[in-house]
Design a protein around this ligand. Structure first.
Ligand SMILES: [Fe+2]
Length: 175
């Protein structure tokens, strides 16, 4: 399945890419997927969690911190449907929202995440996102994202994520 092969290539390309300081971007993706699975997330949310930072892949060239959410949404939506794309594309809006509304949240953020916030518009509530039906799932994804920065923590495998991707594609085609 070509789309699933593309996901495999993207994930493998994230090995050795460092955005966060504690884990590389492949471990970050696979930990985020694992945190979603442990939380009982559905396949689309697991896939969005695994691929929310795909724009850090060298396959996408040099994408700035202020645009990587939109690149994820634009890549995922035509391949896996509106919800996967929207959820991945909302992960920066979810961060901005949590900083603005949850006084405890900022104390849990990594240094890199605090630093990139300035390039992402700072704390704020974007009505385009927060009034959306899928917003609660975007906040769940953000929690998986923030929890996926722990060296040697439990993680999904690339094959686990590809199996999820395959199910999402099949479901999209049978719908
Ligand atoms: Fe992330």
């Amino acid at each position: 399945m070509p789309t699933v092969d593309e996901v495999g290539a993207i994930l493998r390309s994230l090995r050795g890419v460092w955005d966060e300081e504690s884990v590389d971007e492949l471990d970050h993706a696979l930990q985020a997927a694992a945190r979603a699975i442990e939380d009982g997330a559905d396949d689309e949310l697991v896939l969005a969690a695994a691929l929310h930072d795909l724009a850090h892949s060298p396959l996408f060239g040099d994408v700035g911190a202020g645009r990587h959410d939109r690149v994820a949404a634009e890549w995922l939506t035509p391949r896996f449907g509106d919800r996967v794309g929207w959820l991945a594309g909302a992960h920066v809006a979810a961060k901005r929202y949590l900083v603005a509304t949850d006084p405890h949240y900022a104390t849990t953020m990594s240094d890199v995440s605090i630093d990139s916030l300035h390039h992402q518009g700072g704390a704020g509530v974007d009505p385009v996102f927060v009034e959306h039906l899928w917003w609660p799932d975007a906040l769940r994804l953000r929690r998986y994202d923030d929890a996926a920065k722990v060296p040697r923590a439990g993680a999904a495998s690339i094959d686990d994520v590809l199996a999820v991707a395959q199910r999402v594609v099949r479901q999209a085609h049978s719908a």
